[in-house]
Design a protein around this ligand. Structure first.
Ligand SMILES: [Zn+2]
Length: 137
């Protein structure tokens, strides 16, 4: 039985994860990428991914790290940034920091008075167009 090792916690976000900690993370998860759930094969590059991204409030510590293929990690980082942006937008709307871009309602057109109906049969016939006059002659 090995001696229990205290959890590694980065003093700040810029601290590199030491190789011994990367090894522990890899061994703890049996070398399985936590994103695609596939085995990380020898020779494949992998990164210690923050399960909850630092930008989304995750901590730089061993329990928040899991191995991920480099190619899987790229996509997650982009999604994390997208998530952060969305959370910020929702929060700004919620707190009223950003006012919604509501459409300005126009007053619309004034109602015109109702026009009286004209009995067309009572009107004199319209003069014929020159073309119609030619056709009739
Ligand atoms: Zn993967």
């Amino acid at each position: 039985m090995s001696r229990p090792v205290p959890e590694w916690i980065g003093k700040h976000h810029g601290v590199n994860i030491p190789p011994r900690v990367r090894q522990r993370i890899f061994d703890r998860d049996n070398g399985i990428c936590h994103l695609c759930k596939l085995m990380i094969k020898p020779g494949e590059t992998w990164q210690a991914d923050h399960v909850i991204a630092l930008i989304n409030g995750g901590e730089h510590r061993e329990t928040n790290l899991a191995p991920a293929h480099s190619h899987c990690h790229v996509g997650k980082s982009a999604r994390d940034v997208k998530e952060k942006a969305k959370v910020a937008r929702v929060r700004q709307k919620h707190t009223g920091a950003v006012r919604p871009l509501g459409k300005i309602q126009s007053p619309g057109f004034a109602k015109s008075p109702k026009q009286p109906r004209i009995d067309k049969s009572a009107l004199p016939p319209l003069p014929l167009s020159p073309l119609m006059r030619l056709a009739r002659s």
